[in-house]
Design a protein around this ligand. Sequence first.
Ligand SMILES: NC(=O)c1ccc[n+]([C@@H]2O[C@H](COP(=O)([O-])OP(=O)(O)OC[C@H]3O[C@@H](n4cnc5c(N)ncnc54)[C@H](O)[C@@H]3O)[C@@H](O)[C@H]2O)c1
Length: 250
Amino acid sequence: MRLAGKVAVITGGAGGIGKATAMLFADQGAKVVIGDYNSEAGEKAAHEIREKNLPCLFVKTDVTNSDDVQALMKTAVNEYGALDVLFNNAGVSNQSVKIGEMDTDEWDRVVDINLKGVFLGIKHAVPFMIQSGGGSIINTSSVLGMKGKKRMGPYNASKAGVIALTKNAALDYGKENIRVNAIAPGVIDTSIIDEWRKDERRWEIYSKSNALARIGHPDEIAKAVLFLASDDASYVTAATLLVDGGTITF
Ligand SMILES: NC(=O)c1ccc[n+]([C@@H]2O[C@H](COP(=O)([O-])OP(=O)(O)OC[C@H]3O[C@@H](n4cnc5c(N)ncnc54)[C@H](O)[C@@H]3O)[C@@H](O)[C@H]2O)c1
């Protein structure tokens, strides 16, 4: 049990990588609070965990809304007594157009969810973590925070921003014993890439453009997040862990 007695908040935990991580964290002894704006899927994910007799709550949360995010952290502390781990994971892809054709509203939507959401998570979690003597924060970036992809401007920029903010927060809160790291997945089998699957020819190429010649599974990201969340990573902070099947070198 690598998270025995720990309380973990996971944003974007209603599906995909967040849900897989919620399941793994609960199996590893954590009390989990899922925050997501999809109530139906979020309640379902929390119910699936509770059906295994493991503690889990769902709180409807829009990560771009400061009051929502603060309420999410408060729920963890009020219901489970602490906040030890935060997985800032909620994120969206962008409309596939070049910057010149990108609506400013679309830019704001993607950057608000992917980057401001991470800022708000850190902002509202650290006071509780400081109170209890420390914690671990993991932010979801992407291999696309490290390399470009055509027609992915706001996604590329927001995910690169997550890496920079991770380093900043690690420096700001290291002395408070709060570790802050990022995870950078490659192509993972979740609903966020449904649009990409529609073009079969491109998908065939894109899904195999990595050293392992396959896409990844959400569980394969969850295991890396567990490492960063746990005391096994006690001297790891300000890092970005690529879990991309070798996409970046391909
Ligand atoms: N799947 C991939 O190939 C891949 C690769 C690199 C990075 N990522 C990142 O992983 C993270 C998780 O994505 P996923 O692949 O599991 O996709 P997903 O669509 O299954 O999960 C994203 C979750 O975020 C939630 N969400 C979106 N906007 C929100 C908001 N404003 N407030 C609260 N919740 C919100 C969604 O409801 C959903 O449950 C994202 O940050 C994504 O950018 C995914």
